[in-house]
Design a binder for this molecule. Sequence first.
Ligand SMILES: Cc1ncc(COP(=O)(O)O)c(C=O)c1O
Length: 322
Amino acid sequence: MSSRVVYFNGNYVPESEARISIFDCALMFGDMAFEMTRSYAGKPFKLREHLDRLYGSLRLMEIDCGMSIDEMEQVTHETLDRNRGTEPPDMDWQIMHDVSRGPLSVYSTVFPEGIRPTISINVWPMVTHMGGFAANYKNGVNIVIPAQQTLPAHMVDPKAKTRSRLHYQMANLQAARMGPGRWPLLNDPDGFLAEGPGWNIFLVKNGVIYTPEPRNILLGVTRATVMDLAKKLGIPVHETNLGRYEGLQADEMFCTATSYGMVHATTFEGQKVGDGQPGPVFKRLIEAFKKHVNCDFVAQAHDYAVRMPEWLEQQTMAAQVG
Ligand SMILES: Cc1ncc(COP(=O)(O)O)c(C=O)c1O
């Protein structure tokens, strides 16, 4: 059994014992907001921005989680601090918040203690996520447009980060059929490029950065970070409608997300982006990003890739011993 603990409805419980009811709205409707934050050099990066987005999602979903944002921030730090000792000090962490409305009221007899929102915070060493990702920093990713479109904001607003993610999963399945390891970039129903299942998209043309306007997309925390860094570097950034045509003309293309920061695209729709290598704008930005977070996360991912097999073996053995 791992020695990690999770925050679960007011208590800290062993990770393997944290259980959500089969009657929870999260399972019934995908009715759950969530956030994924990561640490850099041990410090949660932009935790407050992630929590602001979490509370924005909850407000849209009309869920009162019963905790103030300050309390949520405090228990997040506490959860991380309770787990730090399970790994060497150079380990960074994924921090996951999941908040649902709680069990459906029709099943209230199963819950004599009363129905209340389900709140969990778990932390996970980045070794597996980033160890598994490391090669992408060198090889880049291959982006395709699947048939599946995003949900437009007038139906279910993608600015809320929720577990209703079937459309992203469909996009993943369709992209996989288009070739191994393909990354799906979903169009919105107006035919404009929107986002991937867990990332935002950027194009570069003639030294200028373009990214979809903030309408039918999640407002990525990393997206905002990269836009700020670009402005500081004097690189113009435009939020605008972009289509497949613009994608095919781009000199550079890259994706942003909390876990890996940023990664360049080698191909788009089966054609090379630029010369298929990270372009000059991407290179300037990723260097600025590393400085900003005080962590060479590319080198770190490669280090984790080396350590990952042993880590997995140890964790599997611990789980078997129970
Ligand atoms: C649909 C979607 N778009 C974009 C992102 C990137 O957002 P962030 O940079 O805050 O991780 C995510 C992150 O999970 C996502 O789920």
